[in-house]
Design a binder for this molecule. Structure first.
Ligand code: HEC
Ligand code: HEC
Length: 347
């Protein structure tokens, strides 16, 4: 009897030692983070970001969400990501042509809504950011946004026991590094999927368009979908839609990244999902309302060397068509997305 117990005890100790060693070697967490499935909505293409080197977990997501809502990522602790990306506005800045950041300075561009980011190859209006994992470095270090440096942020977070514990739960130990911070933020931002609007439910046969929405959809497919392509409502390209140069901001868009004059005044085609919530519109927020943004195509297209060939003569639209288009665009509002507690500020 005693002999059996001794063997069991020895086995127990040996297994324990092997396990502890294995953990040390791989840096694997003693506490295993719980994996989360990233679900690609029906009809969506394969995402660009696949969490391959950043396994999506409950703990990583929770850490990313806390960071997204935390002012300590900015110099004066007042400008978290969420100050410019508000959930009720589909993570755009509500009612602001430009957002304000540190010292109340304005950003140069209108803050886009944040959803379906995992499908973007290039981010920002000019495509200047080509990887979601490094994107946060741009707002964090920009003097007119969060104006902070990574070293200071890490020092601030290290003083907070809750963060040390959350980093441990997400990554296996308490070490707080810029890389881990960026990976966690990416888990949150890339998880912001919006695919449950009335439009989506109509596509699944769970709802029907009314007559105006249906007519708007028909016009949309004929006149708009070549650039605002379903199901993302963007073809991810850069185009000049004939918006005159804003002589105060002097923003030449894509050309500022490529230095190629052929890219002058080209901006990323924005998704029109949740567009009813993300106004004002355009890269500099020059259009207050949706009707103005639509009317631009009929009445405001300015000629220039790089104007999109599809818009040489604008897009003729009468008032009734504009009305129908608006009715259709309203069906792209995803109330379950903006009401999703999972994406809201942590308690
Ligand atoms: C001061 C306001 C402000 C803050 C704070 C801010 N952003 Fe932004 N965000 C913007 C603006 C403006 C843009 C568009 C930038 C451009 O096109 O040059 C943008 C663009 C983005 C994009 C790309 C969207 C797209 O469609 O291309 C992502 C992703 C993003 N922000 C995430 C974040 C994260 C994460 C944080 C916090 C680390 C953050 N932002 C903090 C204003 C802000
Ligand atoms: C040739 C490509 C193209 C076509 C066709 C097109 N758009 Fe756009 N759309 C764009 C681009 C590019 C932008 C961003 C322009 C900018 O701010 O510089 C944009 C912006 C918008 C915006 C503002 C969105 C926001 O978040 O700021 C709305 C609304 C819009 N388009 C609706 C439409 C409608 C409705 C049609 C059809 C009548 C249409 N578009 C046709 C390329 C296109």
């Amino acid at each position: 009897m005693r002999y059996r117990w001794t063997i069991t005890l020895i086995l127990f100790i040996v297994t324990g030692a092997v396990l502890i060693n294995a953990c040390k070697k791989t840096g694997a967490p003693v506490h295993q983070a719980r994996p989360v499935d990233f679900v690609v909505p029906d009809g969506f293409p394969d995402p660009v970001y696949r969490f391959e080197n950043n396994p999506l977990t409950e703990e990583g997501f929770a850490l990313g969400r806390k960071l997204f809502y935390d002012g300590r990522l900015s110099k004066d602790n007042n400008f978290p990501c969420a100050s410019c990306h508000q959930q009720f506005a589909a993570f755009a800045t509500f009612d602001h042509p430009l957002s304000h950041g540190f010292n109340n300075q304005f950003t140069k561009r209108n803050a886009p809504g944040l959803f379906n980011m995992a499908w973007l190859k290039e981010m920002h209006w000019d495509g200047g950011i080509n990887h979601i994992e490094v994107q946060p470095l741009a707002p964090i270090t920009a003097p007119n946004e969060m104006a902070e440096d990574i070293g200071n942020i890490i020092a601030k977070l290290e003083q907070d026991g809750t963060y040390r514990e959350m980093f441990r739960q997400a990554f296996g130990d308490e070490e707080i590094t810029s890389q881990r911070m960026l990976l966690a933020l990416t888990q949150f931002v890339a998880s912001l999927v919006s695919a449950d609007s009335k439009y989506d439910r109509v596509k699944k046969g769970l709802a029907v368009f009314n007559v105006s929405e249906q007519e708007g959809y028909r016009i949309f497919q004929a006149k708009c979908a070549s650039c605002h392509t379903e199901p993302l409502f963007t073809d991810l390209s850069f185009r000049n839609t004939g918006l005159e140069l804003n002589t105060y901001l002097m923003d030449y868009g894509r050309m500022e990244i490529t230095n190629n004059p052929a890219d002058s005044l080209k901006f990323k085609v924005p998704s029109l999902r949740n567009v009813a919530l993300t106004g004002p519109y355009g890269h500099d927020g020059r259009f207050t309302g949706l009707s103005q943004a639509i009317n631009h195509y009929a009445e405001g297209v300015a000629p220039s060397a790089t104007l999109d060939p599809a818009l040489t003569n604008g897009i003729p639209l009468d008032d009734v068509e504009t009305f129908y288009l608006r009715e259709f665009l309203f069906t792209l509002t995803d109330s379950s997305f903006i009401g999703n507690k999972r994406f809201a500020a942590p308690e």
